[in-house]
Design a protein around this ligand. Structure first.
Ligand code: 5GP
Length: 205
């Protein structure tokens, strides 16, 4: 019997390194990473279909109408959404799926998928966060300021997550997230079917 994969929602402040953590979970542990659709313009080096599916607002709204997203949200003037087909297919085939999405999306996912694991990745301090955002050098000052304001709002939402993981050391952070997922998969209520199958197995002996 193939066990469904776990759905892992990773959120965190812009600049906390959640994207890097997600990529390492794919590389080190074979997780599937959902590629979101967005109406935001591509940043330098971003590739359509790899980093995001870049969409016009009209195309994005069409996808909403056709139930193409399991969730979508508006964030800093743009739409972002999680394509339904990929997530459903990967979970059904037993893969752990990572969604790297913001707070509204995370809460929306939890209401639809109660077993989803909500993890908030944070930098060690607000100073470290700002330094990383400026250091990334991909955003103009006004955008940095806007994202810091948004991050301060997101700090109020951390309370909605199940796990808070500090990304100080990348290896440690990736290992911690994977450990959370394994631990959750071993919980009793995640293994009721397995228990039933095991009991039936004994009945047949
Ligand atoms: P960025 O523009 O920096 O790539 O992403 C901005 C924010 O949108 C990040 O917090 C990112 O996690 C979030 N985001 C990316 N894809 C999705 C999505 O499909 N749904 C939601 N709700 N948020 C997303």
């Amino acid at each position: 019997m193939k066990k469904r994969g776990s759905l892992i929602v990773i959120s965190g402040f812009s600049g906390a390194g959640k994207g890097t953590v997600a990529k390492r979970l794919v590389k080190d542990y074979g997780y599937s990473l959902s590629v979101s659709a967005t109406t935001r313009a591509p940043r330098e080096g971003e590739v359509d279909g790899v980093d995001y599916y870049f969409k016009s607002e009209a195309d994005f709204k069409n996808l909403i109408d056709y139930n193409g997203f399991i969730e979508y949200a508006r964030y800093v003037d743009n739409y972002y959404g999680t394509p339904r087909a990929f997530v459903e297919r990967e979970l059904a085939s037993g893969h752990n799926v990572i969604l790297e999405i913001e707070v509204q999306g995370a809460l929306n996912i939890k209401s639809q998928y109660p077993d989803a694991i909500l993890i908030f990745i944070t930098a060690p301090s607000v100073e470290a966060l700002k330094a990383r955002l400026i250091g990334r050098g991909t955003e103009e000052a006004a955008v940095v300021a806007k994202r810091m304001r948004r991050a301060s709002e997101e700090a109020d939402e951390m309370i909605n997550y199940e796990y808070i993981v500090v990304n100080d050391d990348l290896d440690e952070c990736v290992h911690t997230v994977h450990s959370i997922v394994i631990s959750k998969r071993c919980e009793l209520n995640q293994n009721i079917d397995f228990i039933e199958v095991t009991k039936k197995g004994f009945e047949q002996i």
